[in-house]
Design a protein around this ligand. Structure first.
Ligand SMILES: N[C@@H](CCC(=O)N[C@@H](CS)C(=O)NCC(=O)O)C(=O)O
Length: 211
């Protein structure tokens, strides 16, 4: 039996969304970040980083949202096309896009904004860091935008988990008031209509976010 721990954030949405795409049974344990729930002894035994999401699949405990998404695709969606098969050129590009999105659109930019906006009481106010984070996001997201003027999805003609990860950052950016290029609109509209996105989002955000 699979359990996915965590809810209410863009990173936890990735894990729930992917498992909804694959239509695999699981138990959601919707704990929030910054609520104390990631600091209990039981949770720390699962993830000493004290972070969500975490996936448990029998003996396997896996952290890191994109690692979870990729594991689910590799294990439960071999023929789904959501994660390209290992040892292929498509897989190399999948790794390239998901690494890029995690670093350039999540960790270095949106998460910097989160730290100095929502979590300023912990990390301090830093207007210059926010300004450079927005500039950095806009510069890097333009690379994805250019790709999507050439083809329907990041890896070609069909939706993959690389699009799933990108979408969580685009929606997150919009919440922070970043104006996204018009090119993204039809792409986002199309993906927002996916039943798995809608059911996962409803579930993921059924708890209130922590601080
Ligand atoms: N790189 C990790 C980041 C995980 C992460 O930072 N999760 C946040 C919520 S979005 C968290 O659990 N924060 C709890 C805390 O710091 O107390 C991933 O993508 O899974």
């Amino acid at each position: 039996m699979i359990t996915i721990w965590g809810g209410a954030t863009s990173r936890t949405l990735r894990a729930h969304w992917m498992i909804h795409e694959l239509d695999v049974d699981y138990t959601p344990e919707l704990i929030g970040s910054r609520t104390g729930a990631t600091q209990t002894e039981a949770f720390r035994a699962l993830n000493p980083k004290e972070k969500i999401p975490v996936l448990v699949d029998d003996d396997l405990v896996l952290t890191e949202s994109v690692a979870i998404v990729t594991y689910l695709g590799d294990t439960y969606g071999v023929d789904s096309g959501l994660v390209p098969k290992p040892y292929t050129v498509a897989r190399a590009h999948y790794n390239e896009w998901t690494s890029f999105i995690q670093m350039e659109l999540d960790a270095h930019t949106l998460y910097v904004m989160r730290k100095h906006l929502d979590l300023a009481e912990l990390y301090g106010e830093a207007p210059a860091a926010i300004e450079t984070a927005i500039a950095g996001f806009n510069k890097q997201v333009a690379v994805a935008e250019r790709r999507l003027t050439e083809q329907s999805y990041l890896l070609g003609d069909s939706f993959t988990a690389a699009d799933l990860v990108l979408m969580t950052c685009l929606d997150w950016a919009e919440i922070y008031g970043i104006k996204l290029a018009e090119t993204f609109q039809p792409y986002r509209d199309r993906i927002h209509q996916r039943p798995a996105f809608q059911s996962a989002r409803k579930l993921n955000f059924s708890i209130s976010p922590g601080g």
